[in-house]
Design a protein around this ligand. Structure first.
Ligand SMILES: [Zn+2]
Length: 196
């Protein structure tokens, strides 16, 4: 093997290593986060601190869409969740993602949460329900319960093939507004057996 070949070989190896490292440093949500609540991480150019004020209160917060961090108390508590996990998001982060139309790149479940103006509760569960009479036809459902166990936000399939939020009154044991997702009875039974 001549010197020239060695030089070329090391250049190739170096190039491949560089490409691998570059890909690794790119922010990608880890695959162990359940797909339904896995959020696309924006490119590094969004690593900016934005001052946002909430219309409901006079508070102002610092939001960073790349780090998926906010200065509010709610988000500080959610930091234990990894970037790319929707449970990490406070209302301010989700509002910015919604305003920037970033949910179009997200899985339908995560998009339904953010576009609907929701955040995930402290307790979030996912499970699969039969979508139809067909065997092996299952669809994911996301159940989010707040601090008080009297209400569940359910993100699941509606009858027109979309995914959206449904409200379930845990105390009354019934769906809100006469609207219920696919496999409503099974989901209700599940909520009542685990939450109440
Ligand atoms: Zn916040």
């Amino acid at each position: 093997m001549g010197v020239g070949t060695l030089v070329i070989l090391s250049l190739v190896v170096g190039g491949v290593l560089f490409a691998v490292i570059k890909t690794k440093s790119k922010a990608v949500a880890p695959s162990w986060i359940p797909i339904e609540i896995r959020v696309t991480i924006l490119p590094e150019e969004y690593d900016q601190d934005l001052q946002v004020s909430s219309p409901s209160s006079n508070e102002s917060h610092t939001v960073n869409l790349y780090r998926l961090a906010c200065s509010c108390a709610d988000q500080q508590e959610r930091r234990r969740y990894h970037r790319g996990d929707l449970r990490r998001h406070c209302a301010h982060l989700n509002a910015q993602l919604r305003a920037g139309d970033f949910t179009r790149r997200m899985p339908p479940m995560a998009a339904a949460v953010i576009d609907g103006g929701y955040t995930l509760g402290r307790r979030t569960e996912m499970f699969q329900v039969p979508a139809s009479e067909e065997p092996n036809s299952f669809v994911p459902v996301l159940i989010s319960v707040g601090d008080v166990n009297d209400w569940a936000n359910v993100f699941g399939p509606d009858n027109s093939g979309g995914v959206r939020q449904f409200g379930f009154d845990v105390h009354a044991g019934q769906w809100a507004d006469d609207a219920a997702p696919v496999a409503a009875d099974r989901i209700a039974k599940y909520i009542l057996s685990t939450v109440r």
